[in-house]
Design a protein around this ligand. Structure first.
Ligand SMILES: [Ca+2]
Ligand SMILES: [Ca+2]
Ligand SMILES: [Ca+2]
Ligand SMILES: [Ca+2]
Length: 530
Protein backbone atom coordinates (compact mmCIF):
# COMPACT_ATOMS: atom_id res chain seq x y z
CA UNK A 1 0.00 0.00 0.00
CA UNK A 2 2.82 2.36 0.82
CA UNK A 3 3.94 2.14 -2.77
CA UNK A 4 0.79 3.90 -3.90
CA UNK A 5 1.49 6.59 -1.38
CA UNK A 6 4.94 7.04 -2.82
CA UNK A 7 3.58 7.30 -6.35
CA UNK A 8 1.23 10.03 -5.19
CA UNK A 9 4.14 11.80 -3.56
CA UNK A 10 6.15 11.45 -6.74
CA UNK A 11 3.40 13.11 -8.71
CA UNK A 12 3.20 15.97 -6.25
CA UNK A 13 6.94 16.44 -6.33
CA UNK A 14 6.94 16.42 -10.10
CA UNK A 15 4.18 18.96 -10.24
CA UNK A 16 6.08 21.38 -8.04
CA UNK A 17 9.38 20.72 -9.74
CA UNK A 18 12.44 21.70 -7.78
CA UNK A 19 10.65 24.40 -5.86
CA UNK A 20 9.90 22.62 -2.64
CA UNK A 21 7.21 24.23 -0.55
CA UNK A 22 8.10 26.06 2.61
CA UNK A 23 7.06 23.11 4.71
CA UNK A 24 9.33 20.82 2.79
CA UNK A 25 12.21 23.21 3.00
CA UNK A 26 11.83 23.68 6.73
CA UNK A 27 11.78 19.97 7.31
CA UNK A 28 14.79 19.37 5.11
CA UNK A 29 16.80 21.99 6.95
CA UNK A 30 16.09 20.48 10.32
CA UNK A 31 18.99 19.30 12.38
CA UNK A 32 21.62 16.73 11.94
CA UNK A 33 21.13 13.18 12.93
CA UNK A 34 22.99 10.94 15.25
CA UNK A 35 25.32 8.08 14.61
CA UNK A 36 28.74 9.74 14.86
CA UNK A 37 29.89 7.34 17.51
CA UNK A 38 33.06 5.40 18.01
CA UNK A 39 35.41 4.91 15.15
CA UNK A 40 36.05 1.35 16.05
CA UNK A 41 37.05 -1.05 13.37
CA UNK A 42 34.17 -3.13 12.34
CA UNK A 43 32.65 -5.50 9.83
CA UNK A 44 29.79 -7.49 11.09
CA UNK A 45 30.01 -11.14 11.70
CA UNK A 46 28.79 -14.05 9.68
CA UNK A 47 27.99 -13.84 6.03
CA UNK A 48 24.68 -15.59 5.60
CA UNK A 49 25.03 -18.16 2.90
CA UNK A 50 23.45 -17.34 -0.39
CA UNK A 51 21.26 -19.43 -2.58
CA UNK A 52 22.35 -20.03 -6.07
CA UNK A 53 21.10 -17.81 -8.81
CA UNK A 54 21.01 -20.40 -11.52
CA UNK A 55 22.96 -17.94 -13.60
CA UNK A 56 26.38 -17.81 -15.10
CA UNK A 57 28.11 -16.27 -12.14
CA UNK A 58 27.62 -19.10 -9.71
CA UNK A 59 31.18 -20.24 -10.16
CA UNK A 60 32.44 -17.07 -8.56
CA UNK A 61 31.71 -18.20 -5.02
CA UNK A 62 34.69 -18.20 -2.75
CA UNK A 63 37.06 -16.42 -5.08
CA UNK A 64 36.84 -13.16 -3.21
CA UNK A 65 38.63 -14.23 -0.09
CA UNK A 66 41.65 -15.39 -1.99
CA UNK A 67 42.66 -11.84 -2.98
CA UNK A 68 46.32 -11.46 -3.85
CA UNK A 69 46.88 -14.69 -5.62
CA UNK A 70 47.11 -15.21 -9.29
CA UNK A 71 44.28 -12.94 -10.22
CA UNK A 72 45.77 -9.93 -8.47
CA UNK A 73 48.38 -9.65 -11.16
CA UNK A 74 45.77 -8.85 -13.74
CA UNK A 75 44.76 -5.58 -12.17
CA UNK A 76 48.22 -4.13 -11.78
CA UNK A 77 49.21 -1.84 -8.94
CA UNK A 78 46.27 -0.46 -7.06
CA UNK A 79 48.06 2.28 -5.23
CA UNK A 80 47.60 2.51 -1.51
CA UNK A 81 44.68 0.17 -1.47
CA UNK A 82 45.90 -1.69 1.55
CA UNK A 83 45.91 -5.43 1.37
CA UNK A 84 43.21 -5.66 -1.22
CA UNK A 85 43.51 -7.92 -4.18
CA UNK A 86 42.66 -6.26 -7.43
CA UNK A 87 41.53 -7.10 -10.86
CA UNK A 88 39.63 -10.23 -9.93
CA UNK A 89 37.06 -10.71 -12.64
CA UNK A 90 34.62 -13.54 -12.69
CA UNK A 91 31.41 -14.54 -14.42
CA UNK A 92 30.65 -14.87 -18.07
CA UNK A 93 29.69 -11.20 -18.16
CA UNK A 94 33.04 -10.09 -16.81
CA UNK A 95 31.56 -8.84 -13.55
CA UNK A 96 33.88 -8.25 -10.62
CA UNK A 97 33.70 -11.01 -8.03
CA UNK A 98 32.31 -8.38 -5.65
CA UNK A 99 29.02 -8.86 -7.52
CA UNK A 100 28.87 -12.63 -7.17
CA UNK A 101 25.12 -13.28 -6.89
CA UNK A 102 25.68 -16.20 -4.54
CA UNK A 103 27.31 -13.94 -1.93
CA UNK A 104 25.69 -11.45 0.41
CA UNK A 105 28.53 -8.96 0.57
CA UNK A 106 29.62 -7.39 3.86
CA UNK A 107 30.86 -3.80 3.66
CA UNK A 108 31.85 -1.50 6.49
CA UNK A 109 32.88 2.15 6.64
CA UNK A 110 34.96 3.70 9.38
CA UNK A 111 34.35 7.43 9.25
CA UNK A 112 35.38 10.15 11.69
CA UNK A 113 32.72 11.97 13.67
CA UNK A 114 33.65 15.17 11.87
CA UNK A 115 33.28 13.70 8.40
CA UNK A 116 30.07 11.93 9.37
CA UNK A 117 28.64 15.22 10.60
CA UNK A 118 29.50 16.79 7.23
CA UNK A 119 27.91 14.04 5.18
CA UNK A 120 24.84 14.08 7.43
CA UNK A 121 24.57 17.84 6.93
CA UNK A 122 24.70 17.40 3.15
CA UNK A 123 22.09 14.67 3.37
CA UNK A 124 19.63 16.78 5.36
CA UNK A 125 20.21 20.05 3.54
CA UNK A 126 20.33 18.87 -0.05
CA UNK A 127 17.86 21.33 -1.49
CA UNK A 128 19.27 24.34 0.34
CA UNK A 129 22.81 23.50 -0.74
CA UNK A 130 21.64 22.91 -4.29
CA UNK A 131 19.75 26.19 -4.33
CA UNK A 132 22.86 27.97 -3.13
CA UNK A 133 24.83 26.46 -5.98
CA UNK A 134 26.96 24.39 -3.61
CA UNK A 135 28.15 20.84 -4.17
CA UNK A 136 26.04 18.57 -2.01
CA UNK A 137 27.71 15.36 -3.14
CA UNK A 138 31.26 15.92 -1.91
CA UNK A 139 33.62 13.07 -1.17
CA UNK A 140 34.54 12.19 2.41
CA UNK A 141 37.44 9.95 3.50
CA UNK A 142 36.64 6.56 4.96
CA UNK A 143 38.41 3.35 5.77
CA UNK A 144 36.55 0.79 3.71
CA UNK A 145 36.21 -2.86 4.60
CA UNK A 146 34.87 -5.67 2.43
CA UNK A 147 34.85 -8.91 4.32
CA UNK A 148 38.39 -9.21 5.64
CA UNK A 149 39.89 -6.69 3.21
CA UNK A 150 40.62 -3.07 3.99
CA UNK A 151 41.10 0.02 1.80
CA UNK A 152 42.57 2.91 3.72
CA UNK A 153 42.21 5.64 1.10
CA UNK A 154 38.61 5.17 -0.05
CA UNK A 155 36.16 8.05 -0.25
CA UNK A 156 32.37 8.12 -0.07
CA UNK A 157 29.73 10.54 -1.31
CA UNK A 158 25.96 10.61 -1.24
CA UNK A 159 23.91 9.59 -4.26
CA UNK A 160 20.33 9.88 -5.44
CA UNK A 161 17.90 12.41 -6.74
CA UNK A 162 14.17 12.02 -6.18
CA UNK A 163 14.90 8.96 -4.00
CA UNK A 164 17.02 11.21 -1.78
CA UNK A 165 14.20 13.72 -1.41
CA UNK A 166 11.78 10.98 -0.41
CA UNK A 167 14.25 9.51 2.06
CA UNK A 168 14.27 12.82 3.90
CA UNK A 169 10.61 12.29 4.71
CA UNK A 170 11.43 9.06 6.52
CA UNK A 171 12.53 10.61 9.80
CA UNK A 172 14.91 8.41 11.76
CA UNK A 173 14.48 5.69 9.11
CA UNK A 174 16.00 7.93 6.42
CA UNK A 175 18.61 5.87 4.61
CA UNK A 176 21.48 7.48 2.76
CA UNK A 177 22.61 6.02 -0.55
CA UNK A 178 26.30 6.07 -1.40
CA UNK A 179 28.96 5.98 -4.06
CA UNK A 180 32.26 4.58 -2.77
CA UNK A 181 35.28 5.64 -4.80
CA UNK A 182 38.74 4.10 -4.83
CA UNK A 183 40.17 6.58 -7.30
CA UNK A 184 39.83 9.95 -5.58
CA UNK A 185 43.18 9.78 -3.76
CA UNK A 186 44.93 7.60 -6.29
CA UNK A 187 43.48 8.22 -9.77
CA UNK A 188 44.31 4.66 -10.83
CA UNK A 189 43.04 3.09 -7.62
CA UNK A 190 40.83 0.05 -7.97
CA UNK A 191 39.32 -2.54 -5.68
CA UNK A 192 38.52 -5.91 -7.21
CA UNK A 193 38.78 -4.24 -10.59
CA UNK A 194 36.39 -1.41 -9.69
CA UNK A 195 37.06 2.30 -9.43
CA UNK A 196 33.70 2.91 -7.76
CA UNK A 197 30.87 0.97 -6.11
CA UNK A 198 27.28 2.18 -5.94
CA UNK A 199 25.06 1.38 -2.95
CA UNK A 200 21.46 1.90 -3.99
CA UNK A 201 18.29 1.49 -1.97
CA UNK A 202 15.36 3.85 -2.48
CA UNK A 203 12.77 3.82 0.27
CA UNK A 204 9.99 2.66 -2.05
CA UNK A 205 11.57 -0.70 -2.87
CA UNK A 206 9.82 -2.96 -0.41
CA UNK A 207 11.49 -6.00 -1.96
CA UNK A 208 15.02 -4.64 -1.44
CA UNK A 209 15.93 -6.10 -4.83
CA UNK A 210 14.04 -4.34 -7.63
CA UNK A 211 17.22 -2.86 -9.07
CA UNK A 212 19.16 -6.09 -8.70
CA UNK A 213 16.49 -8.13 -10.47
CA UNK A 214 16.02 -5.46 -13.12
CA UNK A 215 19.70 -5.33 -13.99
CA UNK A 216 20.04 -9.12 -13.98
CA UNK A 217 17.04 -9.42 -16.27
CA UNK A 218 18.36 -6.84 -18.69
CA UNK A 219 21.74 -8.57 -18.84
CA UNK A 220 20.99 -12.26 -18.59
CA UNK A 221 17.46 -12.60 -19.95
CA UNK A 222 17.62 -9.94 -22.67
CA UNK A 223 21.37 -9.95 -23.29
CA UNK A 224 21.57 -6.16 -23.02
CA UNK A 225 24.21 -4.10 -21.24
CA UNK A 226 23.40 -3.52 -17.57
CA UNK A 227 25.42 -2.99 -14.41
CA UNK A 228 26.50 -6.03 -12.42
CA UNK A 229 24.76 -6.16 -9.07
CA UNK A 230 24.05 -8.21 -5.97
CA UNK A 231 23.18 -7.30 -2.38
CA UNK A 232 25.34 -5.91 0.40
CA UNK A 233 25.01 -5.28 4.12
CA UNK A 234 26.63 -2.03 5.18
CA UNK A 235 27.91 -1.25 8.66
CA UNK A 236 29.08 2.24 9.64
CA UNK A 237 31.42 2.62 12.60
CA UNK A 238 30.56 -0.82 13.83
CA UNK A 239 26.78 -0.56 13.62
CA UNK A 240 24.67 -2.24 10.96
CA UNK A 241 23.29 0.60 8.86
CA UNK A 242 21.28 -1.20 6.22
CA UNK A 243 20.89 -3.43 3.20
CA UNK A 244 21.66 -2.19 -0.31
CA UNK A 245 21.82 -3.27 -3.88
CA UNK A 246 25.57 -3.40 -4.48
CA UNK A 247 26.14 -2.34 -8.04
CA UNK A 248 28.62 -1.43 -10.68
CA UNK A 249 29.17 2.24 -11.42
CA UNK A 250 28.37 3.26 -14.99
CA UNK A 251 31.34 4.98 -16.59
CA UNK A 252 34.34 4.14 -18.72
CA UNK A 253 35.03 0.85 -16.93
CA UNK A 254 31.46 -0.29 -17.49
CA UNK A 255 31.64 0.56 -21.19
CA UNK A 256 34.91 -1.39 -21.54
CA UNK A 257 33.22 -4.39 -19.94
CA UNK A 258 30.01 -4.39 -21.95
CA UNK A 259 31.49 -3.18 -25.25
CA UNK A 260 35.09 -4.44 -25.18
CA UNK A 261 35.13 -4.38 -28.97
CA UNK A 262 33.99 -0.74 -29.16
CA UNK A 263 34.79 1.16 -25.94
CA UNK A 264 35.74 4.56 -27.35
CA UNK A 265 32.30 6.09 -27.95
CA UNK A 266 30.71 8.97 -26.08
CA UNK A 267 28.58 8.03 -23.09
CA UNK A 268 26.05 10.58 -21.88
CA UNK A 269 23.96 10.35 -18.73
CA UNK A 270 20.44 11.39 -19.64
CA UNK A 271 21.64 12.11 -23.17
CA UNK A 272 23.35 15.27 -21.89
CA UNK A 273 26.07 14.78 -19.31
CA UNK A 274 29.27 13.25 -20.76
CA UNK A 275 30.65 10.31 -18.79
CA UNK A 276 33.35 9.21 -21.24
CA UNK A 277 35.48 11.42 -23.52
CA UNK A 278 34.48 14.16 -21.13
CA UNK A 279 36.91 16.72 -22.46
CA UNK A 280 35.83 16.39 -26.07
CA UNK A 281 32.58 14.56 -26.73
CA UNK A 282 31.07 15.06 -30.16
CA UNK A 283 28.60 17.81 -29.33
CA UNK A 284 27.60 18.34 -32.99
CA UNK A 285 26.50 14.73 -33.18
CA UNK A 286 24.59 15.07 -29.94
CA UNK A 287 22.90 18.18 -31.35
CA UNK A 288 21.83 16.13 -34.38
CA UNK A 289 20.37 13.57 -31.99
CA UNK A 290 18.31 16.16 -30.13
CA UNK A 291 17.39 18.04 -33.30
CA UNK A 292 15.80 14.93 -34.81
CA UNK A 293 12.09 15.42 -35.41
CA UNK A 294 11.38 12.40 -37.61
CA UNK A 295 12.48 8.81 -37.96
CA UNK A 296 14.87 9.50 -40.84
CA UNK A 297 16.78 12.14 -38.88
CA UNK A 298 16.77 9.90 -35.84
CA UNK A 299 17.97 6.83 -37.75
CA UNK A 300 20.86 8.86 -39.18
CA UNK A 301 22.52 8.98 -35.74
CA UNK A 302 20.78 6.20 -33.76
CA UNK A 303 21.26 2.43 -33.74
CA UNK A 304 17.54 1.88 -34.12
CA UNK A 305 17.46 -1.90 -33.73
CA UNK A 306 19.51 -1.93 -30.52
CA UNK A 307 17.48 0.96 -29.11
CA UNK A 308 14.11 -0.64 -29.85
CA UNK A 309 15.24 -3.84 -28.14
CA UNK A 310 16.23 -1.75 -25.10
CA UNK A 311 12.86 -0.01 -24.96
CA UNK A 312 11.02 -3.30 -25.45
CA UNK A 313 12.98 -4.85 -22.59
CA UNK A 314 12.02 -1.93 -20.34
CA UNK A 315 8.41 -2.44 -21.41
CA UNK A 316 8.64 -6.05 -20.27
CA UNK A 317 10.05 -4.84 -16.94
CA UNK A 318 7.09 -2.45 -16.70
CA UNK A 319 9.69 0.13 -15.77
CA UNK A 320 7.90 3.11 -14.27
CA UNK A 321 10.90 5.41 -14.13
CA UNK A 322 13.18 4.74 -17.09
CA UNK A 323 13.32 5.93 -20.68
CA UNK A 324 10.51 3.76 -22.01
CA UNK A 325 8.11 4.67 -19.22
CA UNK A 326 9.26 8.14 -18.27
CA UNK A 327 11.54 9.73 -20.85
CA UNK A 328 14.43 10.05 -18.43
CA UNK A 329 16.86 7.96 -16.36
CA UNK A 330 18.88 6.54 -19.23
CA UNK A 331 22.37 6.47 -20.64
CA UNK A 332 23.06 7.12 -24.28
CA UNK A 333 26.10 5.41 -25.82
CA UNK A 334 27.41 6.38 -29.23
CA UNK A 335 28.54 2.95 -30.38
CA UNK A 336 31.30 3.56 -32.92
CA UNK A 337 30.01 2.86 -36.41
CA UNK A 338 26.45 2.09 -35.29
CA UNK A 339 25.23 5.18 -33.53
CA UNK A 340 23.52 6.07 -30.30
CA UNK A 341 21.74 3.43 -28.30
CA UNK A 342 19.88 3.67 -25.03
CA UNK A 343 21.25 1.88 -21.96
CA UNK A 344 19.38 1.33 -18.73
CA UNK A 345 20.14 3.66 -15.86
CA UNK A 346 18.26 2.74 -12.72
CA UNK A 347 15.89 -0.21 -12.53
CA UNK A 348 14.40 0.23 -9.09
CA UNK A 349 10.86 1.01 -10.32
CA UNK A 350 10.37 -2.28 -12.14
CA UNK A 351 8.31 -5.47 -11.88
CA UNK A 352 5.38 -4.99 -9.52
CA UNK A 353 6.45 -1.48 -8.51
CA UNK A 354 3.59 0.07 -10.49
CA UNK A 355 1.03 -2.28 -8.92
CA UNK A 356 -0.46 -3.09 -12.33
CA UNK A 357 0.86 -5.51 -14.90
CA UNK A 358 -1.31 -4.35 -17.81
CA UNK A 359 0.07 -0.94 -18.67
CA UNK A 360 -0.05 -0.58 -22.43
CA UNK A 361 3.21 -1.50 -24.14
CA UNK A 362 2.94 1.57 -26.39
CA UNK A 363 0.72 4.02 -24.48
CA UNK A 364 2.27 3.27 -21.11
CA UNK A 365 0.92 6.52 -19.67
CA UNK A 366 -2.71 5.58 -20.32
CA UNK A 367 -4.45 5.10 -17.01
CA UNK A 368 -1.28 5.50 -15.02
CA UNK A 369 -2.08 8.91 -13.58
CA UNK A 370 1.56 9.76 -14.02
CA UNK A 371 3.17 13.04 -14.88
CA UNK A 372 6.15 11.26 -16.41
CA UNK A 373 7.18 12.57 -19.79
CA UNK A 374 7.25 10.51 -22.95
CA UNK A 375 10.61 10.77 -24.65
CA UNK A 376 11.00 12.79 -27.83
CA UNK A 377 12.56 9.89 -29.72
CA UNK A 378 10.07 7.41 -28.31
CA UNK A 379 7.21 9.47 -29.73
CA UNK A 380 8.95 9.71 -33.11
CA UNK A 381 8.96 5.91 -33.28
CA UNK A 382 5.41 5.45 -32.00
CA UNK A 383 3.99 7.93 -34.51
CA UNK A 384 5.86 6.41 -37.46
CA UNK A 385 4.01 3.33 -38.79
CA UNK A 386 7.12 1.52 -40.02
CA UNK A 387 9.20 2.03 -36.90
CA UNK A 388 6.29 1.45 -34.60
CA UNK A 389 5.82 -1.95 -36.24
CA UNK A 390 9.50 -2.67 -35.67
CA UNK A 391 9.10 -1.74 -32.01
CA UNK A 392 6.22 -4.22 -31.76
CA UNK A 393 8.51 -6.80 -33.37
CA UNK A 394 11.14 -5.99 -30.74
CA UNK A 395 8.51 -6.63 -28.05
CA UNK A 396 7.89 -10.01 -29.64
CA UNK A 397 11.59 -10.85 -29.52
CA UNK A 398 11.90 -9.84 -25.88
CA UNK A 399 8.77 -11.72 -24.82
CA UNK A 400 10.28 -14.83 -26.39
CA UNK A 401 13.31 -14.44 -24.12
CA UNK A 402 11.24 -14.04 -20.93
CA UNK A 403 11.96 -16.97 -18.63
CA UNK A 404 9.47 -17.29 -15.77
CA UNK A 405 11.17 -20.20 -13.93
CA UNK A 406 14.56 -18.55 -14.07
CA UNK A 407 13.27 -15.17 -12.90
CA UNK A 408 11.30 -16.72 -10.07
CA UNK A 409 14.30 -18.83 -9.06
CA UNK A 410 16.31 -15.65 -8.74
CA UNK A 411 13.59 -14.03 -6.65
CA UNK A 412 13.38 -17.08 -4.39
CA UNK A 413 17.14 -17.43 -3.94
CA UNK A 414 17.86 -13.77 -3.42
CA UNK A 415 14.95 -13.09 -1.09
CA UNK A 416 16.17 -15.99 1.08
CA UNK A 417 19.71 -14.68 0.88
CA UNK A 418 18.75 -11.19 2.13
CA UNK A 419 16.00 -12.17 4.59
CA UNK A 420 18.14 -11.76 7.70
CA UNK A 421 19.62 -8.50 6.49
CA UNK A 422 16.13 -7.14 5.76
CA UNK A 423 14.85 -8.18 9.17
CA UNK A 424 17.76 -6.50 10.96
CA UNK A 425 17.88 -3.35 8.79
CA UNK A 426 17.52 -0.41 11.21
CA UNK A 427 16.36 1.80 8.33
CA UNK A 428 13.64 -0.56 7.08
CA UNK A 429 10.33 1.30 6.74
CA UNK A 430 7.87 -1.46 6.02
CA UNK A 431 6.90 -4.41 8.16
CA UNK A 432 8.27 -7.83 7.37
CA UNK A 433 4.76 -8.86 6.34
CA UNK A 434 4.71 -6.00 3.82
CA UNK A 435 8.14 -7.05 2.60
CA UNK A 436 6.93 -10.62 2.11
CA UNK A 437 3.85 -9.36 0.28
CA UNK A 438 6.02 -7.26 -2.04
CA UNK A 439 8.19 -10.28 -2.84
CA UNK A 440 5.07 -12.31 -3.63
CA UNK A 441 3.80 -9.54 -5.89
CA UNK A 442 7.16 -9.38 -7.67
CA UNK A 443 7.02 -13.13 -8.22
CA UNK A 444 3.48 -12.91 -9.60
CA UNK A 445 4.35 -9.95 -11.84
CA UNK A 446 6.84 -12.17 -13.66
CA UNK A 447 3.87 -14.26 -14.77
CA UNK A 448 1.37 -11.46 -15.21
CA UNK A 449 3.49 -9.10 -17.31
CA UNK A 450 4.28 -11.87 -19.77
CA UNK A 451 0.61 -12.83 -19.92
CA UNK A 452 -0.36 -9.23 -20.59
CA UNK A 453 2.31 -8.87 -23.28
CA UNK A 454 1.15 -12.09 -24.95
CA UNK A 455 -2.39 -10.68 -25.09
CA UNK A 456 -1.10 -7.34 -26.33
CA UNK A 457 0.91 -8.88 -29.15
CA UNK A 458 -1.97 -11.14 -30.16
CA UNK A 459 -4.04 -7.98 -30.52
CA UNK A 460 -1.30 -6.34 -32.57
CA UNK A 461 -1.20 -9.11 -35.16
CA UNK A 462 -4.92 -9.86 -34.99
CA UNK A 463 -4.39 -13.46 -33.88
CA UNK A 464 -6.15 -12.86 -30.57
CA UNK A 465 -8.54 -10.48 -28.90
CA UNK A 466 -8.42 -7.25 -30.91
CA UNK A 467 -11.68 -5.72 -29.81
CA UNK A 468 -12.38 -2.05 -30.40
CA UNK A 469 -14.65 -1.03 -27.54
CA UNK A 470 -15.33 2.52 -28.70
CA UNK A 471 -15.64 1.63 -32.38
CA UNK A 472 -13.17 4.27 -33.58
CA UNK A 473 -11.29 1.83 -35.77
CA UNK A 474 -8.41 1.36 -33.35
CA UNK A 475 -8.25 -1.89 -31.39
CA UNK A 476 -7.63 -1.62 -27.64
CA UNK A 477 -3.91 -2.25 -28.03
CA UNK A 478 -3.55 0.64 -30.47
CA UNK A 479 -5.82 3.12 -28.70
CA UNK A 480 -4.70 5.26 -25.77
CA UNK A 481 -8.38 5.53 -24.71
CA UNK A 482 -10.59 2.70 -25.94
CA UNK A 483 -13.58 4.21 -24.16
CA UNK A 484 -13.65 7.38 -26.25
CA UNK A 485 -14.11 7.26 -30.02
CA UNK A 486 -12.97 10.87 -30.32
CA UNK A 487 -9.57 9.92 -28.92
CA UNK A 488 -7.26 7.80 -31.04
CA UNK A 489 -3.89 8.06 -32.79
CA UNK A 490 -5.62 9.19 -36.00
CA UNK A 491 -7.49 12.08 -34.39
CA UNK A 492 -6.56 15.75 -34.68
CA UNK A 493 -5.48 17.43 -31.46
CA UNK A 494 -8.24 19.81 -30.33
CA UNK A 495 -6.99 22.86 -28.49
CA UNK A 496 -8.28 23.76 -25.06
CA UNK A 497 -10.22 20.63 -24.15
CA UNK A 498 -7.64 19.30 -21.73
CA UNK A 499 -7.52 15.99 -23.60
CA UNK A 500 -4.68 14.34 -25.49
CA UNK A 501 -6.94 13.68 -28.47
CA UNK A 502 -4.29 12.16 -30.76
CA UNK A 503 -2.61 9.78 -28.30
CA UNK A 504 0.84 11.35 -28.31
CA UNK A 505 0.93 11.83 -24.54
CA UNK A 506 0.48 15.64 -24.63
CA UNK A 507 -2.71 17.67 -24.61
CA UNK A 508 -3.45 21.02 -26.19
CA UNK A 509 -0.58 23.52 -26.06
CA UNK A 510 1.70 20.90 -24.52
CA UNK A 511 1.43 18.91 -27.75
CA UNK A 512 4.28 20.18 -29.90
CA UNK A 513 2.51 19.08 -33.09
CA UNK A 514 -0.82 20.75 -32.31
CA UNK A 515 0.00 24.43 -32.70
CA UNK A 516 -2.36 25.38 -29.91
CA UNK A 517 -1.91 28.79 -28.28
CA UNK A 518 -0.12 28.64 -24.97
CA UNK A 519 -2.33 28.76 -21.92
CA UNK A 520 -2.19 32.14 -20.15
CA UNK A 521 0.28 32.21 -17.28
CA UNK A 522 -1.16 31.89 -13.80
CA UNK A 523 -1.96 35.21 -12.14
CA UNK A 524 0.92 36.80 -10.27
CA UNK A 525 0.36 36.59 -6.53
CA UNK A 526 0.23 39.92 -4.71
CA UNK A 527 3.44 41.01 -2.98
CA UNK A 528 3.67 40.00 0.67
CA UNK A 529 2.65 42.61 3.22
CA UNK A 530 5.64 44.44 4.64
CA1 LIG B 1 -10.78 2.05 -30.07
CA1 LIG C 1 -10.45 5.69 -28.73
CA1 LIG D 1 -6.71 18.40 -26.81
CA1 LIG E 1 -1.80 15.16 -28.23
Amino acid sequence: MRRIWVVVLAMAAWATGCAAGDDDRARMLSGTGGLAGAAAGSTGAGVPGGGTDGGAAGAAGGAAGAAGGAAGAAGGAAGAAGAAGTGVMTSARGCSDLFDPATLVEYAFDISADEWAKIDYEFRNRDALKAAGMDYKTYHPIVFHAGGETVTDAMVRLKGDSSWRFALMDGDKAKMQFVVSFEEVNPSGKFHGLSKIVLDMPDNDETFMQERLGFATMAEIFGLPAPCANSARLSINGQYYGLYVNEEHVGGGFIKRVFPEAPTGDLFAGGQDPKTNQLAPDWDRLDAFWDARDAAAMAAVVDMDASLLEWAAEAMLNDGDGYWGGGHNFYLYDYPGRGYRWLIDDADATFAWLDRSDYNAIYWWAGRGSKQEAGQHYLIVMTDPIWRARYVDALRQQLARWDVPRLQAWIDAWSAQIAGAVADDPHRLESLAEHAEAIAEMRQEVVDRAAYMTTFLACEDGSGDAHDADGDGYAWCNDCDDASAAVNPGAVEICGNGIDDNCNRYADADDPAAGCPAAPPPPTPPPPAM
